[in-house]
Each structure stands twice: as structure tokens, then as C-alpha cells.
Design a protein around this ligand. Structure first.
Ligand code: SAM
Length: 493
């Protein structure tokens, strides 16, 4: 039997069990800080089977030991990252950010650097297969003409060696090029076959690619940067890793610099503040312009109410709406009274009780969320949105606030916005029925049928574990069986 035949035989034998996939998921998360919800079970299972077979091993246990202990583990980890990182990207993704780059960020930075020999330094962090940094180079050529390379320096990094190999190869098909107009195609690409193009020399020459992990000490990628693109990367990290990477990004950004992120990323308000139109997802360092002694550790919260000692801690799970962590008994009693009105669908009364409580305990987030939900039930969408935004200023990782914003904007038929908020909620609560159910609804409303099916499938899988209160609070008057039947209908079952 040849080696290839032996590998093929093993590949057919190895079918990792659910327990083995779970062990692998935990180990992989520990080693890379990338988190995988239950919905990626099949990808994990496939990757695990493929690597056991590629290594010519007899069992998954052997492979886990290799990954955990052997000297070969970092090389093996790199292979696994090549299989499991999500590399979805395309040229000029979020076009508004590139318009801003050409029309505002580049001209502002260039005028600040006039008279120095400094170039504008741009970092594409998590560049995947290269579409993003090449788009930045094209935008620089649009803004400055052929001399752009003298004014702008672009470094692009990714942890995946496969993605970087394809980035350096710079050959792309229709999926990557879907937003590129004819004029840009003619200017910046060369056709190599019927529907494949390569990036023209002057664009390629502006971008340097390097392999680096965002979790490593950023000093290894020289700092500071005037512009950092870190889009659709943070969403794959664990909460702790997202925090650490954002610390690194803040340290790497020059005080007057700009951070551009993806639409589903949750950005720490103590480190970054939005720049310009909030929908452009551009940020600046929160401490820019402040004295060094004031820098860091400050939360930029525009507090509408005075602060008291008894402010409650942020709520973090969907069932927390029923559990107040406040210390004072009267606070607890007021909250329970508000909750009771809410449960009896007396939303005006629920709002009044919540308001009474908030006058005494201004940062009682469960009360804020209860009131936001009561507003939502009364069709007071703007008030609901305002209340949720207030919660997010205090606790940018509050999943319920994102969920409520998602439902709120879905009711207003602002479906794209709803999807963005619901994706953030899904990041924070990967196994929540309500989040997946509303995501399914929003995707369906946008005509994104395969995404809708995936969300409904997840919703069905998570329904049994969902608490009654969660269903009551976020899925209206529907019973579990009605909700399940609804999802199954859209799944075509
Ligand atoms: C979905 S792509 C985003 C591409 C591009 N930024 C965009 O928005 O179109 C995410 C990329 O992040 C990379 N990535 C994941 N973990 C990373 C890490 N620790 N350091 C650097 N890049 C990482 C993945 O390899 C992948 O190429």
C-alpha cells in the first residue's frame, strides 16, 4: 500500500466524536484565542479529521497530544489556522470607508506631515488574501497619483500563511472583485484569463506582507501607525483576546491616527472614540489631545445621571433581566415591581417603576434594559435605542442591549443596522436562541437566504436550553412550539 493509500484509508477511518471535537475546540481556543461557537462543529470536525490523516496518525487522541506537547505544535498550529481561519474578504469592502480615506483621512494626514520626510503609515491588520491592503493602495493612487508610494507606506499582516501566500500571488476572481468598478479594473488590474485578474505592478509595489499574530506584542510590527485597518478580525477572538488586541492597537496608533473596523466589531470606549459619522466605523484614540497624566483607564461615558455608590454592575446574560444585582433592598424591591409590571404586559407602569429606581440608582443596567424593552413593546423605538446606547456607553459588552437594538431596528425595517447589532449580540452570546432567531428573521428580510437558514438552524439547536424568561422577553407572545415550527418552516422541513 502506498503512503497516499495509507493516508486515504486512515482518513476514512477517523471520524472525530463530539467529545473529541469539543476537546479540540477548547485546546484550539486556548492556543489561538479564536473562539468557535457550536455552529462551527462541522468545520472543526472536518479540520480535525484532515489533520489526523495528514499527520498519518491513528487516533484523534494522538493528534491532541501532538498539538499540546510536541515541538512540532507551532508548525501544526499554523496548518490548523490555515484550515480554520475565516478569510472572507473582497476589494473595497465597506466602500464608505474608502471614500473617507481618499477624501478626508489621506488629505488631513498629508497636510499634517507637510515639511517632514514622514510618509503616512497604514497597517492592514488581519489582511487575509490581500484585497484590503491592495484597495488601500488603489485609494492612495486615486488620491495622490503615481507618486503615492512616496507618500504612503502600507504593511499588511495576517496569522495565516496560506492567506498571505495568496495575497502575494495577487490573483483574483469575480467574488473578490464584485465591488470594483470598470474604471478601477482598467487602471489597477491586468486580465489573466476569462474571469481572473492580477493586480498591477505599481499597486503591488506599495504593499509589504508579513506574517504576524495580533496577539503577539505589537512592538514587533513597528509603531506608530497613522491608520490601522482591523476589520472583521476582532469578532473571531475571545472576549479576553479582543481586549488585549484593542490595547495593542491603541498603543500602536499614533495620537492623531485613525482606526477603521468592521461593522460588527465591539470597540472599547475607554480606548477609542468614534470619528465622524458613527456609521463609518472609524475611531480615534480616546486619549488623543489629553494630558499624559489623564491618559488611559478613562471611560468616556457621557453620563446623563449623577453617579451613586450603589450603582449596579453590568448585566451579562439574557436571563439577567430577572435578576437584579443591586445591593440595597429597596432597589431590589423596585426592580421586582417593575419586572412584575413588565411580565403582566403593563409597559407604561413598568417604565414608571424603572424610572423611579433609576432616579436613585442611575446606573442600574437591568432597570435600563427593562425600560428599553418596555419602550420597544410600546413602539417607542427612539427611546428604546437611546436607552440601549446609554447601557452600551457603560458596558460596551452588554449583549442584551445589542439584541434589543437589533429587534428595535428590525421593527423599523432598518434591516442592515439590525443585522449589525444582532451579530454583535451573537458574538457575545454565541448559543442564544433569541439572538439566532432574530438574526434569521433579519437575514430573511434582507433576502440573505442561506444566512437566514444557518441562523434558524442554530436557533432550533439552542431552543431547548433557552430559559422561559428569555423567550418571554425577546420573542413576544409565541410559545416554544410555535417558534420551533416557524424556524422549521423557513428551513423547509
Ligand atoms: C475575515 S478576514 C478579514 C479580512 C479583511 N480585514 C476584511 O475585513 O475584509 C479575518 C482574518 O483575520 C486573520 N486572523 C485571525 N486571527 C489572527 C491573529 N491572531 N492575528 C492576525 N490575523 C488573524 C485570519 O487569518 C483572516 O485572514
Amino acid at each position: 500500500m502506498s503512503q497516499t493509500q495509507r493516508h486515504e484509508a486512515k482518513r476514512q477511518q477517523v471520524q472525530p466524536t463530539a467529545q473529541e471535537v469539543e476537546t479540540f475546540r477548547e485546546l484550539f481556543q486556548r492556543l489561538t484565542s479564536l473562539h468557535f461557537g457550536q455552529w462551527r462543529f462541522e468545520s472543526l470536525q472536518r479540520a480535525l479529521a484532515a489533520r489526523v490523516s495528514a499527520r498519518g496518525l491513528d487516533s484523534v487522541q494522538q493528534y491532541i497530544r501532538l498539538l499540546e506537547h510536541s515541538a512540532a505544535s507551532s508548525e501544526e498550529l499554523s496548518e490548523i489556522l490555515n484550515l480554520l481561519t475565516v478569510n472572507e474578504t473582497y476589494f473595497f469592502r465597506y466602500p464608505a470607508q474608502f471614500d473617507l480615506l481618499r477624501q478626508s483621512l489621506f488629505p488631513t494626514l498629508i497636510s499634517q506631515q507637510r515639511g517632514t520626510d514622514k510618509r503616512i503609515r497604514v497597517w492592514s491588520a488581519g489582511c487575509s488574501t490581500g484585497e484590503e491592503p491592495y484597495s488601500i493602495a488603489m485609494a492612495a493612487l486615486d488620491a495622490f497619483g503615481p507618486g503615492a508610494s512616496l507618500l504612503v507606506e502600507i504593511v499588511a499582516t495576517d496569522v495565516s500563511s496560506d492567506a498571505l501566500r495568496r495575497a502575494r500571488q495577487a490573483e483574483y476572481g469575480p467574488k473578490s472583485l464584485r465591488l470594483l468598478d470598470d474604471a478601477s479594473r482598467a487602471k489597477y488590474l491586468r486580465r489573466i484569463s476569462q474571469d481572473r485578474f492580477t493586480v498591477a505592478g505599481p499597486v503591488r509595489a506599495m504593499v509589504q506582507f508579513r506574517q504576524a499574530s495580533l496577539l503577539d506584542d505589537v512592538q514587533r510590527v513597528s509603531v506608530p501607525w497613522d491608520i490601522i485597518f482591523c476589520r472583521n478580525v476582532l469578532i473571531y477572538f475571545t472576549r479576553e483576546a479582543t481586549d488585549k488586541v484593542q490595547d495593542n492597537l491603541a498603543r500602536s496608533l499614533s495620537p492623531g491616527g485613525y482606526l477603521l473596523v468592521g461593522h460588527s466589531e465591539i470597540i472599547r470606549p475607554d480606548l477609542f472614540i468614534p470619528f465622524g459619522d458613527p456609521d463609518s466605523f472609524v475611531y480615534r484614540r480616546a486619549d488623543a489631545g489629553r494630558q499624559p497624566s489623564e491618559q488611559r483607564g478613562h471611560c468616556h461615558v457621557s453620563d446623563r445621571r449623577p453617579q451613586t455608590e450603589t450603582d449596579a454592575k453590568p448585566a451579562s446574560t439574557l436571563s439577567s433581566l430577572g435578576r437584579s444585582p443591586a445591593q440595597a433592598d429597596d432597589c431590589q424591591q423596585m426592580f421586582e415591581a417593575a419586572l412584575d409590571y413588565f411580565d403582566r404586559k403593563q409597559y407604561v407602569r413598568a417604565c414608571q417603576k424603572a424610572e423611579q429606581l433609576l432616579q436613585h440608582f442611575p446606573r442600574h443596567l437591568p432597570a435600563c434594559l427593562l425600560r428599553a424593552n418596555a419602550y420597544l413593546h410600546q413602539g417607542e423605538h427612539e427611546r428604546c435605542a437611546r436607552e440601549c446606547q446609554f447601557v452600551l456607553q457603560l458596558d460596551p459588552f452588554n449583549a442584551e442591549a445589542y439584541l434589543l437594538l437589533g429587534i428595535n431596528f428590525k421593527s423599523l425595517s432598518k434591516v442592515s443596522l439590525a443585522i449589525e447589532y444582532l451579530k454583535k449580540a451573537a458574538y457575545l452570546l454565541p448559543d442564544s436562541f433569541s439572538v439566532q432567531f432574530h438574526l434569521g428573521e433579519a437575514y430573511r428580510a434582507r433576502g440573505l437566504h442561506s444566512e437566514a437558514r444557518r441562523a434558524y438552524r442554530n436557533a432550533v439547536a439552542f431552543l431547548a436550553a433557552a430559559e422561559d424568561r428569555e423567550i418571554r422577553n425577546y420573542c413576544g407572545a409565541f410559545s416554544r412550539s410555535t417558534l420551533e415550527a416557524f424556524c422549521q418552516r423557513w428551513l423547509g422541513n
